[in-house]
Every structure is written in structure tokens, then in C-alpha cells.
Design a protein around this ligand. Structure first.
Ligand code: ADP
Ligand code: MG
Length: 246
């Protein structure tokens, strides 16, 4: 291995001495000395509601910026990029599955899934034309259990479980290097949760996507390569205004 090239190593997420607070006068929400995630890992991060899980994911995605420390994701130092460059970085590198899905209600299933490609040349480049985009969207949706006859349906016609699968397909189209999932199973029942996670895993493995998945629900952690209790890496955890998990 060429050790002089910092991108040649196997690390995709590298946080060092990262501190974050919402306001200059408020307590630290995150104070993390080190967090390293390797390419291809499927990592579970758990913590109760209010412990800073979403804040951490938004730092990794370059939505939020730390007040100190280094946030390195896929070879980019996010703490050193302008807002516009971080937006560009996120479009090219990150698939995000939100707790509430955030699907666009007036678009069809297919239009929702292919939307990220309009914002990312990198994610679009493996598709020579709209035909291949459609074929891959159908492949992804079918792997996630959504049949082709649903493609033209408005997403609002779908069940919650189906909407969550569409949100997952949208996050994974064009194989972004990092998939971030923020409590994506909290509206699914237990059996559906486990099968949904297994579908995510198989697509991540097939497309070389690293998965960072957060939840307050510790019953899911056994499925993952590694599980991290957020309070064990976050020195600010005693400040956190943690509530009882929903
Ligand atoms: P989790 O995702 O683990 O439930 P969050 O990262 O959402 O936790 O929240 C961590 C802490 O930051 C909580 O105390 C929460 O109240 C606070 N917080 C979250 N979002 C904001 C915001 N936009 N402005 C101010 N405080 C916030
Ligand atoms: Mg959250």
C-alpha cells in the first residue's frame, strides 16, 4: 500500500477532537476524540433520544460544521470546505435515509428514486442514458421489495413500509460511497425492521457502500458488523438533555 497517499487507506469516516454546540452559549452536544469507520463497514450507533445521533450524522454529511476538530469523509476535510463545496460533496458522496423519509409527495416512485442524480455528476456517471437509470431504479426497488407496477404511482399511495423502501432506493441510487440512515426503521414493526435492514445490507455489499445507521433501538445492533454506544465516544454525553427513548 502507498502510505504517502492519505486516500489510499481504508478509512471512510475519520473524526478527531470534534466539538459541536448549537449556540455559542449552550453546552457541547458532541465532544468526540476519535471515531473511525472503515470502507465497507456496517456500523450501528445507538443512543437515547436527544443524545446527539442526528447531530453527529449531520456533521458527517457536512450539513453542520464542528466548532473544532477534523471531520474527514471519503478523503475530504469537511471542516475546511465552504458551504457550497460541502453541498457538492454531500450530493456526490452521501445517501441519506431520514426517519420521516422526506419523499417528495408530488413526484412518482420512479421520480423520487432518481432525483439525487440530478444533483450529482458522480452518482450519474455510471448511467449512459435515462434508460439505464430507469433499469437500475427498477433493480434497486425490486431488491427492496417494490414491484415495477408501482413506479408511476404517487409515493403518497404507498404504505409506510413501502415509502421507506423507496427512500432507501433513492439514497442508494448511483452507489454513493457512504449511506447514512437516521432511525429509518422507527415507523416499521419489528419483523419489517429486520428484513428492511437485511435488504439494505445486501445492496450495500453489492455496491460497495459503507453504512452508518443510528437508532435508539438496541435490539437491531446484533445485525451489524460493529455497534457503538454514542455515550462511550462522546465526552459531552453528560450534558445531553436526554429523554426516555420513544
Ligand atoms: P438524537 O438524534 O439522538 O435524538 P439530536 O442530535 O437531534 O439527538 O439532538 C441532540 C441535542 O441537540 C438535543 O439536546 C436537542 O435538543 C439539541 N438540538 C437538536 N437540533 C437542534 C437545533 N436545530 N437547534 C438547537 N438544538 C438542537
Ligand atoms: Mg435524531
Amino acid at each position: 500500500m502507498n502510505t504517502s497517499n492519505p486516500n489510499a487507506n481504508n478509512t471512510i469516516v475519520n473524526l478527531r477532537d470534534v466539538r459541536f454546540r448549537w449556540k455559542r452559549t449552550s453546552d457541547l452536544v458532541l465532544d468526540i476524540e476519535t471515531l473511525e469507520i472503515s470502507k465497507g463497514e456496517k456500523v450501528f450507533i445507538k443512543g437515547p433520544s436527544g443524545s446527539g445521533k442526528s447531530t453527529l450524522l449531520n456533521l458527517m454529511a457536512g450539513v453542520l460544521v464542528s466548532e473544532a476538530g477534523q471531520v474527514n469523509v471519503n478523503g475530504s476535510a469537511l471542516d475546511k470546505l465552504s458551504g457550497a463545496k460541502r453541498d457538492h460533496f454531500r450530493a456526490n458522496n452521501i445517501g441519506f435515509i431520514f426517519q420521516m423519509f422526506n419523499l417528495i409527495p408530488y413526484l412518482s416512485v420512479l421520480e423520487n428514486v432518481t432525483l439525487p442524480l440530478d444533483f450529482s455528476a458522480n452518482r450519474k456517471k455510471s448511467f449512459p442514458s435515462a434508460k439505464e437509470v430507469r433499469t437500475d431504479a427498477i433493480r434497486l426497488l425490486s431488491n427492496l421489495g417494490i414491484s415495477e407496477d408501482m413506479l408511476k404511482r404517487p409515493v403518497t399511495d404507498l404504505s409506510i413500509g413501502q415509502q421507506q423502501r423507496v427512500a432507501a432506493a433513492r439514497a442508494m441510487i448511483g452507489a454513493p460511497p457512504l449511506l447514512i440512515a437516521d432511525e429509518p426503521t422507527s415507523s416499521l414493526d419489528y419483523n419489517t425492521r429486520e428484513s428492511f435492514i437485511k435488504l439494505l445490507f445486501s445492496e450495500c455489499e453489492q455496491s460497495d457502500i459503507t453504512l452508518v445507521f443510528v437508532s435508539h433501538d438496541g435490539s437491531l445492533e446484533k445485525l451489524f458488523d460493529r455497534s457503538i454506544e454514542l455515550s462511550s465516544i462522546n465526552k459531552a454525553s453528560s450534558n445531553a438533555n436526554t429523554e426516555v427513548a420513544a
